[in-house]
Design a protein around this ligand. Structure first.
Ligand code: FO1
Length: 322
């Protein structure tokens, strides 16, 4: 496979973590940085839970539950069972081993460590060799304005209410105090490619792009920016991407995703089952984007990297120039 140089992947959720894992299978560890959405983080029974960070971390470590895509494989639910017996709420399924991640993260944050440092320590302990970075260190929270139930915090809408209440709008609380970290800035400055993973645009990618300074850093970086569609034939494989398009009155399609990211995009990867999206000014690649197993993750990563490697104009030595 042709190498393109350091790759920065912006990701969140199950789809994003699958592509991150595919990239990790085909790139040398030092060539991949994954910048992860933290706007779905929340406080639960006093613990700081970072679902997207953990989903990517467990996938990179090869420890994720293969069916759900989130949480740890072979985890047990003793704590949750005991909690419910005592009258607690069990709507958010934190497994026993997963709980250890939350306890240690909360402990280290309380001692004054940055989320970036905490994440690096947890990831290293699980054997993750790639750089895993939260989008910022400050708390930012997706708030969901629903038509029927008013404002809900993200996990209440997503997990507890199973994304049923129709969405009027989304906003990011705390964004004004957030700053791009030096680690994210350095990764973007040194990147040969920035890849927006097939994650939910509104719930994972746009919150990362909204971190003050980050869009500007992308515009200034010399790396091309490519996005991979999470939508095929107007439907999302998992999660509420198509539902949100309908709620916002947008055409349900891959082209809508590309247009959401706007002028930072140079290239877009759509699924080969779809018609070519009507997008001008972007390089387009149609491939199989469905990651049914670990091999399919690596295959998609390889397809994208091979395609990007072909963009380079071949170097013609001076003496051979006409
Ligand atoms: N998603 C669910 O649909 N139900 C759950 O009970 C649930 C628990 C959970 C625990 C730890 C974790 O890291 C993720 C978990 N998720 C659960 C997934 C998570 O809510 C979403 O994938 C993201 O927040 C959206 O990207």
């Amino acid at each position: 496979m042709a190498l393109v140089g350091p790759v920065v992947c912006l990701a969140g959720g199950v789809g994003g973590s699958r592509l991150a894992h595919g990239l990790a299978q085909v790139l040398p560890p030092g060539q991949l940085t994954v910048v992860v959405n933290t706007a779905d983080d929340f406080r639960h029974y006093g613990l700081q839970v970072c679902p997207d960070l953990d989903t990517v971390m467990y996938n990179l470590a090869g420890l994720a539950d293969p069916q759900r895509g989130w949480g740890l494989r072979d985890d047990s639910g003793n704590m949750l069972e005991a909690l419910q017996r005592l009258g607690g709420d069990g709507w958010f399924q934190l497994g026993d081993k997963d709980l250890a991640t939350q306890v240690l993260r909360t402990h280290w944050l309380a001692r004054g460590m940055r989320l970036t440092e905490v994440t690096a320590r947890l990831a290293a302990a699980l054997g993750v060799k790639q750089a895993l970075l939260p989008m910022c260190d400050e708390p930012v929270a997706t708030m969901v304005q629903t038509r029927e139930e008013g404002e809900l915090d993200f996990q209440t809408w997503f997990v507890r209410r199973r994304w049923r209440p129709a969405v009027r709008s989304l906003c990011l609380a705390g964004l004004g105090r957030a700053r791009m970290t030096a680690e994210v800035s350095d990764a973007l400055a040194g990147a040969a490619l920035v890849l927006l993973a097939p994650s939910n645009p509104w719930l994972s990618i746009l919150p990362i792009l909204a971190v003050p300074g980050l869009r500007e850093a992308l515009r200034q970086a010399s790396a091309p920016v490519a996005a991979v569609t999470p939508v095929i034939r107007g439907a999302a494989l998992k999660g509420p991407a198509a539902r949100l398009m309908a709620d916002f009155g947008l055409a349900p399609g891959a082209g809508t995703v590309a247009r959401l990211y706007g002028d930072i995009l140079d290239a877009f990867v759509y699924d080969e089952r779809d018609a070519v999206p009507p997008l001008t000014g972007l390089r387009l690649l149609g491939v199989d984007t469905v990651m049914v197993n670990e091999d399919a993750r690596a295959r998609l990563a390889r397809d994208i990297l091979d395609w990007i490697a072909t963009w380079r104009t071949p170097h013609v030595p001076e003496r051979e120039k006409p």
